[in-house]
Design a protein around this ligand. Structure first.
Ligand code: GDP
Ligand code: K
Ligand code: MG
Length: 291
C-alpha cells in the first residue's frame, strides 16, 4: 500500500475546544488549554505516525477580529493553515452562534475535504445535537459531521477514521518519529504561559509573553530560565504578587507540567520584565516568533 501523508487543520472560534481535540487526536499534551479565549497564539503541529501514514495536525488560534498587531499575526496563521490544508476539521461548540462573517468566509477559499465537529455534546441533549447537525448540513454541506466530546474522548476514533480515509497518498513530510515541529524551549514557555492564563485575571494574560532564555539539559535535571514579559510596571507587580507569592504559584505549577512533559526533574527560574506595549510593536512580535 502506498504511504499516505497530509496536513489536517483544526480551526474554529476561541474556546470551541480545538486544542483539547488536538491533544486527544495526538495523544500527547502539545497545546495548552485554558478556559480563556485566545490562549493559543501560534500554530502548533502535532504529528501522528503509523507504518502506512503520517497525519500532521495543526492547532490554530481561534478565529477573531484583529484588534492589535498580535491578533493580525494570529489570524495570518489561521489563513495559512487553511491554504495549506489537505483536510479541514472545523470545531464548533454546540452552543455557539455562527454568522457569515466569521469562520465560514475563510472556508470558502478552500477545496480541502471538510468535517464539522460539533463539540461538547456532554453538555447537551439529543434534540439540540440533531438541530445543530441540520444547521451545519444546510450551512456548509461538509463531507462529514461528527458530534463529539473532545474532553471525554467521545468519537475521536471516528474522526481518526475519517482523516485516514481522506488522507492523500504522499511521502512523509517529517521524520517518522517526530511528534511536533516545535522545540523543547517552546513547550517550556507555553507551560508557563498556561499558568499565567490560569492564575491571573482581566488583561494580564493577554499582556504577557514568555521567553525561555536558557534550557540546559543536565544529566540529573534540566535548568530552565525564563522571562515573563508584561507591558507595564503595574502588571509586573501583579505578576510577582505580595512577597513573590503569585510568581511562586506560577513557577510551582509550570515546573510540575514540565516535569511530566519532559520526564525529568526541572529547576525553573523566572524573571519579570516590562516592555511597554509589546503587543502592538512589530519588531518585538518578530523577536518573539510571530511572523
Ligand atoms: P480552544 O480555544 O478552541 O483551543 O479551546 P480549548 O481546547 O482551550 O478549550 C476551551 C475550554 O473548553 C476548556 O476549558 C476545555 O476544557 C473545554 N472543553 C473542550 N472540549 C470540551 C468538551 O468536549 N466538553 C466540555 N464540557 N468542555 C470542553
Ligand atoms: K482556550
Ligand atoms: Mg487553543
Amino acid at each position: 500500500m502506498a504511504h499516505q501523508a497530509g496536513f489536517v487543520s483544526i480551526i474554529g472560534k476561541p474556546n470551541a475546544g480545538k486544542s483539547t481535540l488536538m491533544n486527544a487526536l495526538v495523544g500527547e499534551k502539545m497545546s495548552i488549554i485554558t478556559p480563556k479565549a485566545q490562549t493559543t497564539r501560534h500554530r502548533i503541529l502535532g504529528i501522528v505516525n503509523d507504518e502506512n501514514y503520517q497525519i500532521v495536525f495543526s492547532d490554530t488560534p481561534g478565529v477573531i477580529k484583529p484588534h492589535y498587531a498580535l491578533h493580525e499575526s494570529m489570524m495570518h496563521q489561521v489563513d495559512g493553515s487553511i491554504v495549506d490544508a489537505d483536510l479541514i476539521l472545523l470545531v464548533t461548540d454546540i452552543y455557539e452562534e455562527y454568522d457569515e462573517a466569521d469562520v465560514l468566509k475563510k472556508l470558502e477559499r478552500s477545496e480541502a475535504p471538510l468535517a464539522v465537529l460539533i463539540n461538547k455534546i456532554d453538555q447537551s441533549d439529543e434534540e439540540t445535537v440533531k438541530k445543530k447537525v441540520e444547521f451545519w448540513q444546510e450551512k456548509l454541506n461538509p463531507k462529514a459531521i461528527f458530534a463529539i466530546s473532545a474532553l471525554h474522548g467521545h468519537n475521536i476514533k471516528a474522526i481518526m477514521d475519517f482523516v485516514i480515509g481522506n488522507l492523500p497518498e504522499h511521502a512523509p513530510y517529517y521524520e517518522k518519529d517526530a511528534l511536533t515541529d516545535r522545540n523543547d524551549r517552546f513547550f517550556a514557555s507555553e507551560m508557563i504561559r498556561e499558568q499565567v492564563f490560569k492564575q491571573y485575571k482581566k488583561e494580564i494574560p493577554y499582556s504577557t509573553e514568555v521567553i525561555v532564555t536558557a534550557f540546559i539539559e543536565g544529566e540529573k535535571l534540566y535548568r530552565i530560565s525564563a522571562e515573563i514579559i508584561v507591558e507595564r510596571d503595574s502588571q509586573k507587580n501583579i505578576i510577582i504578587g505580595k512577597n513573590g507569592e503569585m510568581l511562586k504559584i506560577v513557577g510551582t505549577y509550570a515546573r510540575r507540567s514540565m516535569e511530566e512533559f519532559f520526564q525529568q526533574k526541572i529547576f525553573l527560574e523566572m524573571f519579570v520584565k516590562v516592555i511597554p506595549d509589546w503587543r502592538t510593536k512589530k519588531n518585538y512580535l518578530k523577536q518573539f516568533g510571530y511572523e
